[in-house]
Design a protein around this ligand. Structure first.
Ligand code: XMP
Length: 508
């Protein structure tokens, strides 16, 4: 199998490079920066990409790769820090701190380069660097420069060593994918005959080897990530996987039953724990959003733990962590807490389990594609993200059964109308929020004094930022009319037209 080795020097974009390589149907292996030459040679790569990273090559203790790798007889592409490292190791020089460039910058091509074949002379690219190459190693020439004269790309005379000061892997770089494609296909000679189906085979083999005879427990929520992770591990170790679905009574209309039906169709062994009495009891009278989240998170762990104890000896906890979760938790270090997201955080330590996270390197759309390949039903694969605390964070104020029922009925109508308009599957997330605000209305000849319902629909790539969806007025109109007519307790419907930031997607 043809391989590309990606050496990770610590950039947040490393997995994005891996993703771009996967998109071109080429297999890649990400190795840590300190991987020895022997490890790289073992993989017999067609080419090597050295990623960016946060260090400065001139600092003592800065990340450095095994020098022998740069002498391997394969094409090598250094990106950002990778380019600076390459320049420094091969006899060039890098200046620190002068003219840092962050953001989209114009570059102009100089001479011909295999990487820029058939591209325009000027390109807009994403730069994110404090350091820059100021002297090229011997045998190298600059193949692009910024308007400030910073070397933006370099290449050696053999046409097998390349450096890019910018990030071709991000969408903000014009023709970035083309540049990577040129490197991978024209220079490395890759064929691109790998696919995500092959990824499944590798992942299944790896899970089998890791887990051995061990037993795996998994908390299922009905969401895409945990369901796909469970389907994958089930394929690998079958009945050694036991799943637990904690029903907190905060799901949408008929959702718990539908989710359980889908799981049984997938052949998964799932314990359905109806803990709604417990959750709703503890939430009674609680209106503070963070307190709600803490109660739900704590109870979830308690219930899950108690159910898992009934299984007997368990060795692994399977989680559907995906790459944006990894990035978000890393980048959130030391930052202000906006909301405490709960899933099964805290469980592995408490239960002394080892963590199994087979989707850790994948992006959401890849997880969906993978789900389809391994037969996860569309109802789950296409499901919009749903928060762990469920309707608790959409039922503002007191959480009572009556208010939850009102919210469920309205939410079902909104979903139905979006589906009828062919919009539901296209939208990242759409839902209703019940507000603890009463307003006056008139129905027939009578005065009403009922609660307000907000409609929220957003589009997003990864939930880090989001834009509100411009739903056609006729769809909004019929939704609002139906909700006021059919759902008791609501006499006014409003639309949330805020993006994230400044708002968050959920209201609490
Ligand atoms: P916010 O509201 O922070 O949400 O913009 C970002 C994404 O995360 C979902 N969300 C959660 N998911 N547990 C989860 O598993 C949670 O506690 C939680 N809170 C918010 C939200 O629906 C959106 O997709």
């Amino acid at each position: 199998m043809e391989n590309i080795v990606i050496i990770d020097c610590g950039s947040q974009f490393t997995q994005l490079i891996a993703r771009r390589v996967r998109e071109m149907r080429i297999h890649s292996v990400v190795l840590p920066w300190d991987a020895p030459l022997g490890r790289v040679e073992e993989l017999a790569p067609r080419g090597i990409i050295v990623s960016g990273g946060p260090d400065s090559v001139n600092d003592s203790g800065a990340i450095a790769i095994d020098r022998g790798i740069l002498d391997m007889d394969v094409p090598i592409l250094g990106i950002c820090y990778g380019m600076q490292l390459m320049a420094k190791c091969l006899g060039g020089a890098v200046a620190s701190g002068e003219r840092p460039e962050y953001g989209v910058t114009a570059i102009g091509r100089r001479g011909n380069s295999a990487l820029f074949k058939d591209l325009p002379d000027e390109l807009e690219v994403l730069m994110s660097h404090g350091d820059r190459v100021v002297a090229l190693p011997s045998g190298f020439r600059a193949t692009a420069e910024t308007t400030h004269g910073v070397i933006a790309a370099m290449e050696d005379e053999s046409g097998r060593r390349f450096g890019l000061q910018f990030h071709p892997e991000v969408v903000h770089t014009q023709q970035g994918a083309r540049i990577l494609r040129q490197f991978l296909f024209a220079t490395c000679g890759c064929k691109g005959d790998w696919n995500l189906g092959d990824w499944v085979e590798d992942a299944v083999a790896e899970i089998r080897e890791k887990v051995g005879e061990g037993r795996v427990v998994c908390g299922l929520s009905g969401g895409v990530d945990s369901s796909v992770a469970a389907a994958l591990v089930h394929r690998a170790v079958g009945s050694q996987l036991e799943c637990i679905f904690v029903d907190h009574g905060l799901m949408r209309l008929n959702e718990a039953r539908q989710v359980m039906d889908s799981y049984s169709g997938m052949g998964l062994s799932v314990r359905h724990v109806d803990a709604s009495e417990l959750f709703l009891g503890k939430l009674a009278g609680v209106t503070d959003p963070e307190k709600k989240r803490r109660i739900i998170g704590g109870l979830f762990i308690e219930v899950f733990d108690a159910e898992a104890a009934k299984i007997g000896q368990v060795d692994w906890l399977l989680q559907g962590t995906i790459y944006p979760d990894v990035i978000e938790s890393g980048s959130k270090k030391g930052s202000v807490l906006i909301k405490s997201h709960h899933n099964v955080g805290g469980l592995p330590d408490k239960m002394k389990l080892r963590l199994l996270e087979p989707l850790r390197d994948l992006f959401k759309d890849e997880v969906r594609e993978l789900g389809r390949i391994i037969g996860v039903p569309d109802a789950i694969v296409d499901r919009q993200p749903f928060p762990g605390p469920g309707l608790a964070v959409r039922c503002l104020g007191d959480i009572t059964r009556a208010r939850l029922d009102t919210l469920r009925a309205a939410d079902a109508i909104f979903r139905e109308e979006l589906r009828k308009a062919g919009l539901y599957e296209k939208i990242w997330q759409s839902f209703c929020v019940l507000l603890p605000v009463r307003t006056v209305g008139v129905m027939g000849d009578g005065r009403t004094y009922n609660e307000v319902l907000a409609l929220r629909a957003v589009d997003s790539q990864d939930a880090m930022t989001a834009d509100w969806v411009r739903i056609p007025p006729e769809v909004l109109d019929v939704t609002a009319k139906r909700i006021c007519n059919e759902v008791r307790g609501i006499n006014r419907v409003v639309l949330d037209v805020t993006s994230k930031p400044p708002a968050t997607i959920e209201w609490e």
